[in-house]
Ligand binder design. Structure first.
Ligand SMILES: *[C@@H]1O[C@H](CO)[C@@H](O)[C@H](O)[C@H]1NC(C)=O
Ligand SMILES: *[C@@H]1O[C@H](CO)[C@@H](O)[C@H](O)[C@H]1NC(C)=O
Ligand SMILES: *[C@@H]1O[C@H](CO)[C@@H](O)[C@H](O)[C@H]1NC(C)=O
Ligand SMILES: *[C@@H]1O[C@H](CO)[C@@H](O)[C@H](O)[C@H]1NC(C)=O
Length: 335
């Protein structure tokens, strides 16, 4: 086992003059981060499933202001791209190619998805460790207004969502769930659990995360409705890439212990961590009317298509309060 670890780590060690520091940095992901990883139900009628970042990157080109910078991107190249870049689909969004749907990544009966999750672990003072479980989807379909308009609003290519468990002295204390531009936080003791793991619910299309199944009204006039239920269960611990984030130096390093396709791809040492520094957007820039069928409804200030999202680096990994938006963070003590 030890020999195997050395073999897996050797490209990192040999490829870097600071090899010994890199080796030291490849600390394993703490076992409690996996033991208490949330289990998530996708919506039973979901169409846009979890996606592998490596597949997504093969279908996009970097653009600024709708103009190509280069003809392709890789894990290595995106870390150096400026933050005004939009990773833009080579296929017209309205064609909805298979890679945007990612149906091959529907979790199997064991909860394993072909799409690796990205787990980022951040140590903070006071015995705190924040474990971020990032979920990536190549396409986000927004909601229809009052569920009646023929069009959905806020669709975009690329979708980064996360849940976060705050551990205090290795014990889970709070669960945070991202949803749209905000999210919600719960005392860990009150959330639904299976084998001590929080159960969360991922809304159809938007992939917003909730602590309960049912209907979740949001947006202007509460006109938009996220739906969650007990669809396919996704266990991210069966396939993931794992990283540490040092908030003091703002740097990522590989954590050993990644599993499945994600762990294998990460351990080949080719992807590195530079891609996590990409500060731009993981999908197309909002199209002007009427390109790609773009349409805006000024009453609610929403358009059919919005910008693709930013990635993990922009999700406030160094947060002190448990919420991404620390200015308005209430930890709920009931569901
Ligand atoms: C973006 O491109 C358009 C059309 O080529 C041009 O008019 C506009 O000035 C550009 N905007 C920026 C910020 O470069
Ligand atoms: C941008 O790059 C893509 C992918 O290489 C290519 O299909 C497209 O034609 C390029 N667009 C322009 C305007 O060169
Ligand atoms: C993380 O680093 C940022 C930037 O230096 C800082 O503002 C923040 O307080 C740090 N977070 C913690 C928990 O120390
Ligand atoms: C604070 O968060 C609550 C619950 O998420 C929300 O209803 C409220 O509008 C937020 N307030 C502000 C000022 O953002």
């Amino acid at each position: 086992m030890y020999l195997l670890d050395l073999l897996l780590l050797s490209p990192l060690v040999l490829g870097s003059p600071t090899g010994s520091r890199r080796l030291e940095a490849a600390r394993p992901i703490p076992s409690f981060v996996l033991e208490f990883a949330p289990l998530s139900h996708l919506w039973s009628q979901e169409t846009w499933f979890p996606s592998d970042i490596s597949s997504h990157l093969s279908h996009v080109v970097p653009q600024v202001n709708f103009t190509n910078l280069t003809g392709s991107v890789t894990f290595q190249s995106i870390g150096g791209l400026p933050s005004d870049v939009f990773l833009t689909s080579k296929d017209p969004v309205e064609d909805q190619p298979e890679w945007m749907l990612s149906t091959e990544n529907i979790p199997d009966a064991n909860g394993k998805s072909g799409a690796p999750a990205t787990i980022v672990v951040v140590e903070k003072s006071g015995g705190i460790l924040d474990a971020f479980y990032f979920y990536f989807y190549s396409f986000n379909e927004g909601n229809a207004i009052f569920n009646i308009t023929p069009l959905t609003f806020e669709d975009h290519i690329g979708d980064w969502e996360h849940s976060m468990v705050r551990f205090v002295n290795n014990t889970p204390s709070v669960l945070y769930l991202s949803a749209h531009s905000g999210g919600s936080a719960f005392s860990y003791s009150v959330v639904q659990k299976l084998n001590n793991r929080a159960i969360t619910f991922i809304a159809g299309g938007t992939h917003a995360n909730y602590a309960t199944p049912g209907s979740h009204l949001h947006g202007p006039l509460n006109a938009l409705n996220d739906r969650t239920d007990q669809g396919p269960l996704w266990d991210v611990t069966l396939n993931f890439r794992a990283f540490w984030f040092d908030n003091t130096t703002q740097t990522f390093s590989i954590a050993s212990g990644g599993r499945g396709v994600g762990g294998a791809e990460e351990n080949r040492g080719e992807e590195g961590t530079g891609w996590l520094n990409f500060g731009g957007n993981w999908g197309d820039q909002q199209y002007p009317v009427p390109e790609h069928g773009q349409f805006c409804l000024n009453i609610i200030g929403e358009c059919k298509y919005s910008d693709g999202p930013t990635g993990p680096i922009a999700k406030n990994l160094g947060r002190t309060a448990v919420c991404q938006d620390e200015s308005n963070c209430t930890i709920q003590t009931s569901l």
